[in-house]
Design a protein around this ligand. Sequence first.
Ligand code: BG6
Length: 468
Amino acid sequence: MVQTSFPEGFLWGGSIAANQVEGAWNEGGKGVSTSDLQPHGIHGSASERDSSNANIKDIAIDFYHRYPQDIKLFAEMGFKVLRTSIAWARIFPQGDEKVPNEEGLAFYDRLFDEMTKYGIQPLITLSHYEMPYGLVKNYDGWAGRQVIDLFERYARTVFTRYRHKVKYWLTFNEINMALHEPFTGVGLAGERSQQEIYQAIHHQLVASARAVKACHEIIPGAKIGSMLLGAIRYPITCKPEDVLASQRANRDWLFFGDVQARGAYPAWSARFFREQNIVLNITDQDYADLKETVDFISFSYYMSGCAAAQTELYQDERANILSMIPNPHLESSEWGWQIDPQGLRFLLNELYDRYQLPLFIVENGLGAKDTPADDGTIEDNYRIQYLQAHLQQVREALDDGVELLGYTSWGPIDLVSAGTAQMSKRYGFIYVDRDDAGLGSLERRRKKSFFWYRDVIQSNGINLNASF
Ligand code: BG6
């Protein structure tokens, strides 16, 4: 029988990240993070800061100072959960200090207390597209094996500090993205070989497993998950070689979930590494550490794409951080991201079949330009349509038997785009008055989608199909 409401206790909410909202880039004793050196977003190359490369994220949406007002608005929508990240460089400014920065710790105490005040659970990512730049300079990012210990120190510090406040954790945001953006993912500057990238990834996977272990030790009852960029690729045709090509492309990202959920490298990876001449330095202790597996699988989902054996026959489109062959059957967003609600149902089923662990959709949404009407209102029907269509497919997947902890839409409040550092690529239910040049009052305003999402949450999904 088709259920009409979502499961009891379903965690509805939204998802943001420190470097895209907080601003205050050099306040409160914070060190420089890798994101501070990417004024043009994660696709841009990293540069040492100077006065000419001020970054829109320096202020972002000033969440660091305005969070009480923003959390109040999230509470008004009925959020049960808010996903955000801790900026590692607020806690360990250079990354390798022995003692954490108390001012940074105190900021997140205040933030989590504010959420708790409204009954909003924090879901916290330890590293969302940033790390202290000191670790890049002094250890070559995640190429440095010592960074495993430094990350563990950071993780243990925040688990201990927030053990009574935070029960849901994620280790690395879109961990598979390191393959495509090594500076953002694993702090590797400049052109690097596959060998170096996979070695850095290996260190990060070990660090992730050590954090999982630490979390289980320090916070009984807490749940800690992986976070994958759900980059599903369909075969561009039903030719067997295209089907194999799509399997290959999907394994690129499933590799990370396999290690994090199963505690070992997948069987196929041995041949892959051999053929790519990649020889990883893996110690016996690493193998033992990797055995500590995650409690749930979380992922982002915005679009799908296709894969082909003969890629030269198709136009490859750079969408976000991945190159994907466009699907001729799908429409695209203004930023060229192909919209595929059924792909979300497919992905949920695939992940649940593969891992048999609870899932959590921690990012999904439509980046679009909003134009306020003369009276200031914002009729973002396109956004509602996108979210409604995706949530309808979530509903289907629940009926298929998938176990899903919750759904946090990306950017419930407008924020700086990770990919392009634009403000005009808006995801929010709440409009923020700031443009791509950084001009604007930073005033917050409810969009039409704000009231729509509030109604969906209030009815626990029963009103999902209502016209708007
Ligand atoms: C995900 C990231 O890749 O996509 C977020 O985890 C990001 O940080 C989101 O903001 C949307 O991408 P963009 O480039 O539109 O900001």
